[in-house]
Design a protein around this ligand. Structure first.
Ligand SMILES: *Cc1c(COP(=O)(O)O)cnc(C)c1O
Length: 378
């Protein structure tokens, strides 16, 4: 067993072109946050998403922080976010001293349920952050409609799904602002990095200003408000330019991985299901998740340990944010039972472009065996 190939849960897909671009940036000596790759990456990423502007920044978390700052969200405001998301979505709300309010998700797509968002609206709601989870776009048109009806801002946290589309339109372009992450395990990576996209010229100017210490563009060392240093480096943007050019190839490989999971799941008749992708959605498969069939909490960890012993790395789902002590006491949609359930029963399976069909088959066969074993020893 121990000489089997180790299957990691994720792996970046880096080629000679990323290396060449990085060395070009290095050799130019423009290694900090000025340089031609920064502009090139921002222009190409904006056109990839389908927005007028893309503002690069240090990571997906600072992208969310900048987004909320640019929209003027502050103390006393409520921001509705899904309960099932990565912690950064909630933390960014706290960075601007606003209060996160948790909406529940859909049991099949695992994305935020627009009806739940509606139930959580209050006179203090200033923004909705829709998250496109794991690979499947959230219902962006429904979230857009709620924002338009109520006058709230819509932010899309598209960290996990660059290149995905809802009703044929790119995610990150439905919101007033859309945010992205280029962390090492994301669809495309620059090591660390992020971007904020918008069609609104005034917001784009705010975002650029806040990213660069809020410096006055016409007067050296003059600042009329508190800003941030959230700039991305030319080195990272060089990698980004090369990764973006390879996006179609990377996304295609991940699409194949998803189809092999579907195939193997069907063959194995597992007591586990995959995330569903509605017909309006064109996905970008970041992580293939599976919902184990209502297991006691200990069983998921037992299942994951068995897989680890068989040299297959997995991750549990994000814990529902409202279950974390630091977010106790926030308003939720009746405790967000679906997000809580998924947070306890979900497992993220290896997903990256280096996996072959045999690897995926082996993962699913071993998952089936692990599930049997955990049920028997219960
Ligand atoms: C990864 C991620 C982020 C944060 O991105 P970083 O680059 O790690 O700061 C934010 N939101 C979601 C949904 C993510 O998956």
């Amino acid at each position: 067993m121990c000489n089997r190939k180790y299957i990691a849960v994720s792996a970046p897909d880096l080629s000679a072109s990323e290396r060449t671009a990085l060395l070009n940036a290095f050799d130019s000596s423009w290694i900090s946050s000025k340089g031609s790759f920064v502009t090139q990456f921002e222009e190409e990423f904006a056109s990839f998403v389908g927005t007028r502007h893309a503002i690069s920044c240090t990571n997906g978390t600072s992208a969310l922080h900048l987004a909320l700052l640019s929209l003027g969200i502050s103390a006393g405001d409520e921001v509705i976010i899904p309960d099932l998301t990565y912690i950064a979505t909630a933390n960014a709300v706290r960075y601007v001293d606003a209060e996160p309010v948790f909406a529940d998700c859909d049991p099949h797509t695992w994305n935020v349920n627009p009806a739940s968002v509606r139930r959580m609206l209050s006179p203090r709601t200033k923004a909705i952050v829709g998250v496109h989870l794991l690979g499947v776009p959230a219902n962006a048109s429904a979230l857009r409609a709620i924002a338009d009806e109520t006058g709230c801002a819509l932010v899309e946290d598209a960290a996990e799904t660059p290149g995905a589309k809802w009703e044929g339109i790119g995610v990150g372009s439905w919101g007033d602002v859309g945010t992205f992450s280029f962390y090492g395990n994301k669809m495309i990576t620059t090591g660390e990095g992020g971007a904020v996209c918008t069609n609104n010229d005034a917001l784009a100017n705010r975002l650029r200003k806040l990213r660069g210490q809020a410096a006055d563009p016409h007067r050296h060392y003059w600042f009329d408000e508190v800003g941030y240093n959230y700039r991305m480096t030319n080195l990272a943007c060089a990698i980004g330019v090369a990764q973006l050019a390879r996006y179609p190839e990377i996304a295609e490989k991940r699409r194949a991985v998803r189809s092999w999971y579907e195939e193997s799941f069907a063959e194995a008749r597992l007591r586990a299901t995959l995330q569903q992708c509605p017909p309006q959605a064109y996905p970008a498969w970041w992580m293939i998740g599976t919902e184990l069939d209502s297991m006691p909490p200990a069983d998921r960890e037992a299942t994951r340990r068995i897989l680890e012993a068989r040299r297959i790395e997995t991750r549990p789902f994000f814990s529902a944010i409202s279950s974390l002590p630091i977010y106790k006491g926030c308003r939720t949609d009746e405790g967000c039972p679906i997000a809580q359930h998924l947070g306890r029963n979900g497992v993220m399976l290896p997903t990256h472009s280096k996996l072959g069909r045999d690897d995926v088959h082996r993962i699913v066969v071993d998952l089936a065996a692990a599930l049997k074993e955990t049920v028997q020893t219960r």
